[in-house]
Write a protein that binds this ligand. Structure first.
Ligand code: CDP
Ligand code: CDP
Length: 212
């Protein structure tokens, strides 16, 4: 069973993907972390995420970097979005994501292009969204908890810029797959969003079974 969860920043896709993985006892991959690791390596080496050659050279990052709290910062999120627009960066990270998805028993992956490019054959696909202002408030609260929040206005502007870049890039832009169920978490608590996600996956699986 492969579950694909896509959506913009702070839509709640990571929280939902982790909960689905727990519910179905499946391994989970936050694919955004791979792009964030590339970005963190670029920034630390004082390279330019907008230069494709620089970005490609950072794709062989050390896996220990995936646990570094620096990856969660806004600066790394922005650089990840810049680096991830390069086709060669996306292709360098593709096989790792596909191998994870295709392990025996299945997996849950969350990102921007899981249902459209990484595993178009996924058994269940969700596209998670929420209004930009609500996402900005969530991200702002998260950054404040880690002690480094810029103003809410700046977080909102960054979220809008990142949405725009992620949705308009040529290679694997963020978009809802034709067969993905839409889940708007704007006015849902975390628990309600998780319950709704499980119900959507169950409905999708029941449909597969009735077709088979
Ligand atoms: O957690 P948040 O949604 O803020 O971001 P993330 O999922 O960690 O992703 C950081 C950046 O990586 C995104 O803005 C995308 O540009 C890029 N990304 C991507 O291009 N494709 C993915 N499957 C996942 C992330
Ligand atoms: O993975 P993504 O960037 O899409 O979002 P997340 O990390 O799952 O959620 C971003 C923040 O919003 C976290 O602090 C969640 O606890 C919070 N959240 C929320 O307040 N309400 C929801 N329905 C979902 C997430």
């Amino acid at each position: 069973m492969i579950i694909a969860v896509d959506g913009p920043a702070a839509s709640g896709k990571g929280t939902i993907a982790r909960a689905l993985a727990r519910h179905y006892a499946l391994p989970h991959l936050d694919t955004g972390l791979l792009y964030r690791a590339v970005a963190a390596k670029l920034l630390r080496d004082e390279l330019n995420p907008e230069r494709e050659a620089d970005a490609v050279s950072a794709c062989d990052f050390d896996d220990a970097l995936l646990d570094d709290p620096y990856l969660r910062s806004d600066a790394v999120g922005k650089a990840a979005s810049q680096a991830s627009a390069h086709p060669l960066v996306r292709s360098a990270l593709l096989q790792r994501q596909r191998r994870f998805a295709q392990q025996p028993g299945g997996a849950v992956l969350d990102g921007r292009d899981i249902g459209t490019v990484i595993v178009p054959e996924a058994d269940a696909k969700l596209f998670v969204k929420a209004t930009p202002m609500i996402r900005a408030r969530r991200r702002h609260a998260e950054l404040a908890r880690h002690g480094s929040a810029p103003s809410l206005d700046k977080v909102l502007a960054d979220i809008r810029a990142r949405d725009d870049r992620d949705a308009t890039r040529k290679q694997a832009p963020m978009r809802q797959a034709a067969d993905a169920a839409l889940l708007d978490t704007s006015f849902l608590s975390i628990d309600a969003a998780i319950q709704r996600a499980i119900a959507l996956v169950e409905a999708r699986m029941a449909r597969h079974q009735s077709v088979a």
